[in-house]
Design a protein around this ligand. Structure first.
Ligand code: PHE
Length: 341
């Protein structure tokens, strides 16, 4: 009997010490200490033994029972410790580890150019003003010396809305809106979308952005020379110090005399290249001295004031600045394009 107990002891303690999982330890506990285990059987049979044997075997068996219980407890706590250690290792947070960066967006290239343009004008004392994108016929055309049936209206294919208003075809309407509320002297710049009924191609779209500039003061104070200096200062700010500006006579109903103005090509410095189609110059916009009819249409007396106005496209400036050959890229939403800016 004593031999049997010692055998159980050897086997049980060895098996317990090797066990690595809590579930398996539980079944070992049943195997060695459960109701059907050998040890329980021995204890149950004590009553059939002689008095001396009962005492001796009983003590041994009970001691072994305790020993096995102890060793299982010890093993269980070891396993739990190890598991905790694993969790600690797996879930530990290294606060010094560099984080995953969240991708930041950035301003659209047209917005960047717009801000840059506004900055340059601001440095010359111009006030930035806002206009309306939907205009009435008076502010978009009539007040700008383009009455109904004026052939100049044909230059701007127009989306007419049913109620007679138009998505503005030019930011020049801002001139009227501003002068209805403000008296000279002033210098303003206004940037925003305009809409024309054009087919989309590499250099045209049904919507684009224009910059409008207007500087007015008492008669005799503002001349073409002032216009030329403002515009060439602007070009230098945008395309670099060496940029030259030239004026060519042209016609717009709201200016007299009227010009178109060009900048020397920033890519070839005027020598002629693919961007400027070999001419050395890049056409930028329209300009001129404000026609007196414009002043009278906002209620100013004739010949009391003089000033200049000019307008040009933001997309065109951005295309030249960044060497982009298709204006539709600005509106395509293609991230491969946008992420380059
Ligand atoms: N509004 C004209 C256009 O869209 C440009 C312009 C503005 C011309 C101001 C002269 C003066 O074509």
């Amino acid at each position: 009997m004593k031999n049997k107990i010692n055998k159980i002891k050897d086997l049980a303690l060895k098996e317990v010490s090797k066990m690595k999982s809590l579930a398996n330890l539980e079944s070992l506990k049943i195997k060695y200490l459960g109701r059907k285990s050998e040890l329980t059987n021995i204890l149950r049979g004590l009553k059939d033994l002689s008095k001396d044997e009962r005492k001796e075997v009983g003590e041994m068996a009970n001691k072994l029972r305790e020993e096995i219980e102890e060793s299982i407890k010890y093993q269980v706590s070891g396993i739990k410790q190890r598991e905790l250690g694993d969790i600690k290792e797996k879930e530990k947070i290294d606060v010094t580890y560099p984080g995953t960066k969240i991708k930041k967006g950035h301003l659209h290239p047209l917005t960047q150019v717009r801000y840059e343009i506004e900055e340059i004008f601001k440095s010359m004392g111009f006030l930035t003003v806002d206009g309306r994108e939907v205009e009435d016929e008076f502010h978009n055309f009539d007040a700008l010396n383009m009455p109904k049936n004026h052939p100049a209206r044909d230059m701007q294919d127009t989306f007419w809305l049913k109620n007679g208003t138009v998505p503005r075809t030019q930011t020049s309407s801002v001139q009227i809106r501003f002068m209805e509320k403000n008296k000279p002297p002033f210098r303003i710049v206004s940037i925003g979308r305009v809409y024309r009924n054009e087919n989309s191609d590499a250099t045209h779209d049904f919507n684009f952005n224009q910059i409008e500039c207007l500087m007015v003061d008492k008669s005799g104070k503002i001349m073409v020379a002032n216009f030329k200096s403002v515009v060439s200062e602007f070009m230098k700010g945008l395309f670099g110090k060496g940029t030259k500006t030239r004026l060519r006579p042209s016609y717009f109903p709201f200016v007299e005399p009227g010009f178109e103005f060009d900048a020397s090509c920033p890519y070839c410095s005027g020598k002629g290249c693919r961007i400027c189609k070999g001419t050395g110059w890049i056409e930028l916009g329209g300009a001129g001295m404000v026609n007196q009819n414009i002043f009278t249409s906002v209620g100013f007396s004739e010949n009391k004031y003089e000033g200049f106005a000019f307008g040009f496209g933001v997309e065109r400036i951005a295309m030249i600045k960044y060497g982009i050959d298709d204006t539709r890229l600005f509106y395509g939403g293609d991230l491969r394009f946008l992420e380059q800016f």
